[in-house]
Design a protein around this ligand. Structure first.
Ligand code: ATP
Length: 200
């Protein structure tokens, strides 16, 4: 089965594009969704987070206090490293497990930090969703309660746009309407189906 890694900077449209692929019946495995499942109450990773940084990391109902963890990650680089060392191998393994039971011509692995986490090892081909930085900032500002400075800090923590573009096998320029986006997705879908036929 052909494995296509979908990535892109914050707000470039990864979720929007993933949903369009899913509407075509494509199996989409979402790293963010897996990461959220891994820190649900009762999961070993959540217990580990509490063991490392205390009960302060929990809400009163026992779920992860995401804003407190985010604050800690932003203010302490060692927390970020330890959290990544805990979660990334688990995400990697969970993606492999989900792929193993698929019987599709190809699957899409939506991994926002594909390059940053070396998860390129999981995929055969890389699809980058791109848009100009200014548009990225505008979209995220409209969607989330974040300042321009906070969005710029997140962009700065990710690999550069240039790096992503240089390592893309396929590219979707998400600057136009949603209709154009659906057309681009359909074209790539047909391309991936043709590749998967060649693999058989
Ligand atoms: P994140 O990295 O934060 O998860 P993302 O890359 O998944 O973001 P989306 O959530 O798909 O990006 O898109 C960001 C915002 O921009 C959303 O509010 C989405 O509805 C909007 N958006 C995406 N593509 C377009 C488009 N072509 N036209 C208009 N709005 C768009």
């Amino acid at each position: 089965m052909l494995k296509v890694g979908l990535t892109g900077g914050i707000g470039c449209g990864k979720t929007t594009v993933s949903e369009l692929f899913a509407e075509l019946g494509v199996a989409v495995i979402d790293a963010d969704l897996i990461a959220r499942c891994l820190v649900q109450p009762g999961q070993p990773a959540l217990r580990q987070i509490v063991a490392m940084w205390g009960k302060d990391m929990l809400e009163s109902d026992g779920s992860l206090n995401r804003s407190r963890l985010r604050e800690r990650v932003f203010s302490q680089p060692e927390t970020k490293q330890a959290l990544e060392a805990l979660l990334h191998p688990l995400i990697f393994q969970a993606m492999r497990t989900e792929m193993a039971v698929l019987n599709n011509p190809y699957c899409l692995l939506a991994i926002p930090l594909l390059f940053e986490t070396q998860m390129t090892a999981l995929v055969d081909r890389i699809l980058v969703i791109d848009c100009p930085t200014q548009l990225q900032i505008e979209r995220v500002r409209r969607r989330d309660q974040l300042s321009t400075g906070q969005i710029e800090a997140i962009i700065a923590s990710q690999v550069s746009r240039e790096y992503r573009l240089a390592h893309a096998d396929d590219l979707i320029e998400n600057t136009a309407s949603n209709d154009k986006l659906a057309e681009d997705v359909k074209k790539l879908h047909n391309l991936y189906l043709s590749f998967s036929n060649c693999q058989d």
